[in-house]
Ligand binder design. Sequence first.
Ligand code: ADP
Length: 389
Amino acid sequence: MRGPILVVNAGSSSLKFSLFDAAGGTLSLREHGKLEATGEGMRIETRGQSVAKVEAQTLSTPFDHDRASAWLLSRYAGDATALGAVGHRVVHGGPDRAAPQRVDDALLDELERLVPLAPLHQPFNLAPIRALRQQAPALPQVACFDTAFHRTQSDVAQAYALPRALTGKGIRRYGFHGLSYEFIAARLAEVDAASAAGRVIALHLGNGASLCAMKAGRSEATSMGFTALDGLPMGTRSGALDPGVVLHLQAGLGMTVPQVEHLLYHESGLLGVSGVSSDMRVLEASEEPDARFAIELFCYRIGREIGSAVAALGGVDALVFTAGIGENSPRIRARVCAAARWLGVELDVAANDAGAVVVSTPASRVKIYVIPTDEEKMIAQHTREVLAA
Ligand code: ADP
């Protein structure tokens, strides 16, 4: 492919992008940034590879995906280095899509039908794909799904114990953060091929948080299910909850569906429990007892989910920490490893504090790694591969 690859990750009121040069065999990040809605209009921020170089401007026109797409084309598709392709993060690929796919009308129709399964994300992921198809019909586009990596799971691992007819209506576990886990599986194979070939639990701990039980680099089980609400507590999301709580919030406490949705997605998790912040850095610095309790609950629940993942794998050979908290917080890693000590997990405290890649002691039965994830690079790689095929 000639020309760089633009990676787009679009939400309801913002669009994040990364531009990768794809010359030769390597992919290198040239620039990344964000377009977002503000009170004044559309704010645009771009950063070169060195974080110090930030350009920011605010256009008076409001943010929408058509305008954001037009701005991206004017910046990246208008000169001799014109774009080679665009790769998109798409949250939902449905029950069957196990790989990224080049965008055409049939795929767009299929992905549109999945909007009811992910109403808070899917429509906004699709909006810039449509806008770019209209504004630059010849530009190849590839959709990369957050669910795809988990399609290797058994039917049992993907099922809920609900009447089968509901499974047929799409009510099943899909799992998310798949692009992150795929990147981690590939990166771990470079760091330590033997660990990657074994039973690995990857912990993606960011604002969103989940874990994935992998065997030889393939997903066997994951903590998120039908939506990205399930599993671990997150910055503002509750994680797993007795469904009876949802019924009681509505039937007993009179909350409406939108109110419950807002509670579970935006007012729960670390924020809801601490009453202080959804941001782990703020909680770690806080003296508030509720902030400490939120951290304790977060780590306890990770420990419980690790146990579940070990059961799914029949044992564990390695743990991998990734995403904002997993990559940057030695304290959370230490607490999680303490909760997993019964598995033979032994943390090398000095290596953990120093931010090393391998943070287990030589005697630890389970290897422990800290590996930065890079979902954007994964999308760029997929985009290049899909178009080369
Ligand atoms: P997202 O899921 O939005 O991509 P990130 O992966 O960037 O989020 O993770 C954001 C989280 O990582 C926040 O809770 C933030 O406080 C946390 N984080 C980032 N750096 C640190 C740090 N040095 N110590 C503790 N937590 C950190």
